[in-house]
Design a protein around this ligand. Structure first.
Ligand SMILES: Cc1cc2nc3c(=O)[nH]c(=O)nc-3n(C[C@H](O)[C@H](O)[C@H](O)COP(=O)(O)O)c2cc1C
Length: 110
């Protein structure tokens, strides 16, 4: 358990200030961070769905702006991808081969 003591509020405000300063006026840094975050979120949703017996797939071939309008998304939000989810009615097709570890991991590339 973390204990911040009576100065906890000051620590939290300092952290928010630091975060704000880091991203302020830097659209590329904001976008990079968003891409990292929304890459993790769908995978977590898909794994959670699978653990509950649902099938789930990421999807990004849709009209992003139309979806944002349809769901009345606030201006400071954006849609990153869909996760289609449901009860599987049949087994998935066989998976393609997995790439060899040395094709996707680079170790001490000097
Ligand atoms: C980032 C991402 C976006 C995808 N977008 C679509 C999509 O728009 N439409 C689609 O039919 N499949 C899309 N797919 C593929 C499906 O999610 C799914 O992987 C595919 O139907 C094959 O299923 P399998 O991976 O279980 O073999 C996407 C996959 C990824 C990783």
């Amino acid at each position: 358990m973390l204990h911040f003591g009576k100065d906890c509020k000051g620590v939290i405000i300092d952290v928010f200030t630091a975060i704000h300063t880091y991203y302020e006026q830097k659209p590329q840094v904001m976008r990079d961070e968003a891409i990292r975050s929304f890459g993790i979120a769908p995978q977590t949703i898909i794994l959670a769905a699978n653990s509950l017996g649902y099938g789930a797939c990421p999807m990004d071939r849709f009209d992003f702006e139309a979806v944002e309008k349809l769901i009345h998304l606030p201006d400071d939000y954006t849609v990153a991808m869909y996760v289609a989810m449901g009860k599987p009615v049949k087994d998935p097709w066989p998976r393609g081969g997995q790439l060899a570890m040395n094709e996707v991991v680079i170790r001490n590339h000097s």
